[in-house]
Design a binder for this molecule. Structure first.
Ligand code: HEC
Ligand code: HEC
Length: 167
């Protein structure tokens, strides 16, 4: 009886620890992109933004307004647009369980901007960076996350992996 209780107890503790370990990864990092369609449609001009960086409402607006996309016309077929909205919505900031998605959502208070760089949390995290730094050749824009966040593709935005190009 005692042994059974001890074994059951150890089993439960082991399960809890294992679960914690799994969720730790999820909470620290944003899930990387796994959609071939999203990659082919949305990565030719800039870093392929992780869906967990914006709420579903933002992604819907971005795809719906693709005829006027930051000065460019994207020409998305209706079926492609619908699939993108589904994929981005199913992987948006509301769904990732990642700490930084949560911070973005909290800071937005329900707003759905079309830029990650216009969310209060992301703006605040970069307030120490002078505008002139973004103009460096290897950066060009605040929107170019991968220029400084060397592991952005893997969803890892930790400070240890930030390297601001000197030129
Ligand atoms: C023809 C080029 C082009 C393609 C293709 C393209 N974009 Fe963009 N996108 C831009 C430009 C230009 C900007 C503005 C970048 C800047 O300000 O430096 C931008 C900005 C963005 C931003 C805002 C970045 C920020 O500042 O936070 C998001 C989000 C975005 N695009 C999503 C998408 C999605 C989703 C697709 C696919 C449906 C897509 N883009 C395809 C040109 C493109
Ligand atoms: C010019 C370089 C640069 C660019 C471009 C840049 N960042 Fe950053 N980012 C930084 C620096 C520096 C920090 C501060 C490091 C810190 O305190 O964690 C930071 C912090 C962050 C943090 C907070 C990390 C933490 O743990 O506190 C996130 C999330 C982030 N950036 C996301 C982005 C995203 C998304 C983009 C693109 C839309 C972007 N960054 C563009 C340099 C950059």
């Amino acid at each position: 009886m005692v042994i059974a209780v001890v074994i059951t107890g150890a089993f439960i503790v082991a399960q809890v620890l294992e679960r914690r370990d799994d969720s730790k990864y999820e909470r620290r990092f944003l899930p990387p992109v796994e959609s071939v369609l999203y990659t082919s449609e949305c990565s030719s001009c800039h870093f392929l933004y992780l869906p967990g960086l914006l709420p579903a409402g933002s992604w819907k607006r971005i795809v719906e307004d693709s005829g006027e996309h930051f000065g460019h016309e994207l020409h998305l077929e209706a079926g492609v647009a619908a699939e993108l909205v589904l994929y981005l919505g199913a992987n948006s900031a509301e769904t990732t369980g990642a700490k930084r998605s949560g911070r973005i959502l909290d800071s937005l208070e329900g707003a759905t901007p079309k830029r990650i760089t216009e969310t209060p949390y992301i703006k605040k995290k970069h307030q120490g960076i002078k505008a002139i730094i973004y103009r460096r050749d290897a950066i060009k824009s605040f929107s170019n996350c991968i220029a400084c966040h060397t592991t952005a593709k893997e969803g890892n935005f930790r400070e240890a992996n930030v390297k601001i190009p000197k030129l």
